[in-house]
Design a binder for this molecule. Structure first.
Ligand code: ASP
Ligand code: MG
Length: 453
């Protein structure tokens, strides 16, 4: 039985948190692989370094070392402290090299912002050793996690990562060692660190789980699990005990910040169940995400909202008869790395839902649309996407009518709809001013008064 256990920044953010987490690992049976984020605040600090070239290196280094050594001083004594400091010093050499290398190198930022994980894993491995658990801190380079793609937004190559980890990590398990691996990044074919985007340690852990065909992936964080709605809006939101992969992927993508949205795919591919657990309340069951198709009567499991979006509508007569035009528009938007949350087409228009921050860039690109007769481009700001998630949503007759009649109660005009593209969610756009009312009404109607949740 192999359990991959991932701990986030706050779970390794202080000496007490590190001890608590080590206790959780020590108390888990079978073979364990640990993946950890940087201590909380550390990645933000590293990002500030790459963004301010004028910062004084001596003070940067001092702050970074202090953060980790002061935690170590509260955790280790005597020989244990010496052993930690020896490895800490070795890793600081790599830190110096990364920060002082050529800033114009496209992977410079990845090399710096990925430093935090190298030190949190070192601390955690040493705490485990102090508890009598044979543990070893391993970097993504040494583990063989292979990444590809653009700087700061890499993706793992699952096949190559599987071969790498089978060679470098699996033998440690057979020897009874608990590998403690850096989250957040992998290495390119050229051996350079490439990060998976902010919050990417969850994804890294899923990649590790996929590579070793783990029996379960546990994501240990500082909340109880996925909720039926954002508790800041809906105080009586309830914790979701079970979900299938599709539901979790939609929720992670469109609203809840519990899990990095890319975490689902690597584990779904190998049918590895995923548990979201609270490291501050380990006795709580958390949320279990797997291939569940349990017949349940509930219509909705959760309602999420993504705010600060805009709709860009492009009008041109006979758009429907010129498919190359839609393709060209998509190509242009893709060049700006803008995420499109929804698309809707009609005879003479195509509408895209994007984040409001991306509107300017997108419009600038769309100005290159020549050779087509564009009549108008309209932008509607201050809209939000409501994502109603439940695995019973599609097969039933009258569901949309029912949901939209609830939306009508909020007096909200539906600006755009996406239904049928996903099996487990009904997504639609409403004005920002109506978001809270719509979420509240849907939650009250379908979830709040249910007692079997
Ligand atoms: N430490 C990285 C970040 O803060 C990765 C992670 O925590 O998932 O984004
Ligand atoms: Mg996170």
């Amino acid at each position: 039985m192999i359990t991959v256990m991932k701990f986030g920044g706050t779970s390794v953010g202080s000496p007490e948190a590190l001890r608590r987490v080590a206790g959780i690992i020590a108390g888990t049976e079978g073979e364990r692989i640990v993946v950890a984020s940087a201590m909380s605040g550390v990645t933000n600090f590293l990002v500030s370094i790459v963004e301010n070239p004028l910062m004084d290196y001596k003070s940067i280094r001092e702050q970074f070392v202090n953060k980790h050594v002061s935690a170590a001083a509260q955790l280790f004594e005597g020989e244990a402290m010496d052993a930690f400091m020896k490895e800490m010093d070795e890793r600081m050499e790599a830190f110096d090299k990364a920060v002082n290398s050529d800033r114009n190198d496209p992977f410079y930022k990845d090399g710096v912002v990925s430093q935090g994980e190298r030190f949190s894993t070192l601390l955690l491995a040493h705490v485990l050793k102090g508890m009598g658990v044979e543990a070893k801190a391993i970097t993504s380079e040494d583990a063989g996690i292979v990444a590809e793609g653009h700087p700061l937004s890499g993706s793992a190559n699952l096949q190559l990562s599987e071969s790498g980890m089978t060679m470098n990590v699996t033998p440690l398990l057979a020897m009874g060692v608990v590998p403690v691996i850096t989250g957040y990044y992998g290495v390119t074919a050229e051996g350079r660190p490439l990060t998976f985007g902010r919050g990417g340690s969850d994804y890294a852990a899923a990649v590790v789980a996929n590579a070793v065909s783990a029996d379960v992936l546990e994501i240990w964080t500082d909340v109880d699990g996925f909720m039926s709605a954002d508790p800041r809006i809906i105080p009586n939101a309830i914790k979701i005990e079970e979900m299938n992969f599709g539901e979790a992927a939609e929720l992670a993508y469109f609203g809840a910040k519990v899990l990095h949205p890319r975490t689902i795919e690597p584990v779904r591919l190998k049918h590895i169940p995923l548990k979201v657990k609270n490291s501050f309340k380990p006795e709580e069951p958390g949320t279990l995400i797997h291939h569940l198709r349990k017949p349940k009567n509930e219509l909705l499991r959760s309602v999420a909202a993504k705010t600060d979006l805009s709709i860009i509508t492009i009008s041109s007569a006979e758009m429907a008869y010129k498919p190359s035009m839609v393709a060209r528009i998509l190509d242009l938007i893709a060049e700006t790395d803008t995420i499109i949350y929804s698309i809707s087409t009609s005879l003479s228009t195509v509408a895209f839902l994007v984040h409001s921050n991306d509107v300017k860039n997108t419009l600038r690109k769309l100005n290159c649309l020549t050779g087509y007769e564009i009549e108008r481009i309209d932008v509607k700001n201050h809209v939000a996407l409501i994502c109603a998630v439940g695995d019973n949503l599609l097969g039933k007759c009258g569901v949309s009518a029912d949901i939209f009649s609830a939306v009508k109660e909020a007096n909200a005009n539906v600006e755009m709809i996406s239904e049928g593209a996903s099996e487990v969610s009904l997504n639609f756009v409403v004005p920002m001013s109506k978001v809270i009312d719509v979420v509240r009404i849907l939650h009250d109607k379908y979830i709040g008064e249910r007692d079997d949740a």
